[in-house]
Design a protein around this ligand. Sequence first.
Ligand SMILES: Cc1cc2nc3c(=O)[nH]c(=O)nc-3n(C[C@H](O)[C@H](O)[C@H](O)COP(=O)(O)OP(=O)(O)OC[C@H]3O[C@@H](n4cnc5c(N)ncnc54)[C@H](O)[C@@H]3O)c2cc1C
Length: 454
Amino acid sequence: MDIGAYKLSEYIPAKPLVGNLEVCFTDGEQRHTETCGQLKCGDILKFPFARTDFQPSSVEIKESKVLVAADKATETKRVVELTLESTFDYQPGDTIGILPTNKLEQVESMLNRLELLDQADTTCHLKLVFNCSNKNAKLPAHIPATTTPREILTHCLSLNFAPQKQLLSALAGFTSDDKERCFLSCLSSKQATEYYQSLILEQGLLFIDILELCVNCRPPLAFLAEHLPRLLPRPYSIANSPLEAGNRELRVIYSLLSLKPGVTTSMLEAATQESSPEHTKKVVIYPRISNLFRYTERDVGRNQILIAVGTGLAPFLGFLAHKEELLKQQPQQASGQTWLYIGAKTQEAVLKREKIMAWQESSLLERLRMCYSRGESPSYVQQMLEEDCEDLVEFLMKSETVLYICADGAKISRSIASGLCRCLQKAMHLTEEEASQLLNTLRKQGKYREDVWL
Ligand SMILES: Cc1cc2nc3c(=O)[nH]c(=O)nc-3n(C[C@H](O)[C@H](O)[C@H](O)COP(=O)(O)OP(=O)(O)OC[C@H]3O[C@@H](n4cnc5c(N)ncnc54)[C@H](O)[C@@H]3O)c2cc1C
């Protein structure tokens, strides 16, 4: 990409962010310990939705299994199941937070750019600059009091985010190259709305990509520590029953983008590739607060309609395995009905298809319907729902039925909700508005539960 092409004759750069911190190096290399990064920040640092009394901890990746191979022709993503050591109780549908780390190459390249390779592992701390005039300036809570440049860039700061205009404007001040300065200042301006829309919002250029384009731009580490966002944990759904593993293990399933994979999924992928029986890799996780999107013993006697698209099937694998285990323990127990609707790119992309078929065979699943967006009609879940409209609405309106939707995309969830609205309209002779109101009521009553991932 030629940054010279993004130029305006007249523009006013955004007000640049200002640095209020400095990095002080102290002699000595930091000793390698298991506790690193944000885990060293103490109780003041909160982890989003963390269950109280559980600090994130490092657990072993006990196994990894490829469930779906990537396929370019159908744009199918690679899907991997991880078995992790677990130190807490959970129910299927609960989620864990996984703390990501930035890619090794990105961290090295940043250290190189900041001319900090020699001091990468030297102990340092951040402090406010002498006579700091900004009364709101403070030390970031997500950076340990004693740290190193490598630790900050690996564990604490996000490098892969869409840069806002004030940051771009500040970056312009950190390059010695006129072309780069012009590009960054221009992109930061109000007048360059179209460029910003196209490069940052549509093409998805991230902070790290901007630095790659502007090879002479060297923002100081203290500035980055103050202004780059915190590297945040990502949620993952537990995809198994605790009864299968005696609570000592849990499984999560992730999908990986082929082009530009994300931060956490790249880290998990690297860990699984590097893991061996002699040298198992670890990952830092914590249990997140539960919500209604879970399957417990009390649900065995109830009915469920489960609607899954793509990797969104993951929590339902846990629901069904739990139902199976609970019924094995108490075969006399009255069991409700479970219907499962699955949408996937292709037949091969359905997670654990054989197991699901076996559940249908054993009547653990009363109804199973699958469709493939790269196959024959019906291609989409909402079409299957509409085909089953009368039965589905009758089943949904039973007092003991709860509907769960899990899709790896907000757009997909919205299309399914519209499909359900059309079903309500048709089967109950409602207007569009009445159907949408009814769906909202079902939501409020906890009969319609949704997990939206991305
Ligand atoms: C409650 C909840 C439960 C979740 N459970 C799971 C789960 O069980 N399994 C799971 O794989 N994900 C799950 N997610 C999504 C997960 O938290 C991450 O968002 C996802 O894995 C990407 O993280 P990343 O750090 O690799 O990508 P980031 O670096 O955060 O992403 C960069 C960009 O790429 C996109 N992206 C990255 N990977 C993917 C992908 N595989 N598919 C589509 N877009 C992608 C992101 O949306 C973003 O726009 C869940 C999310 C929520 C809110």
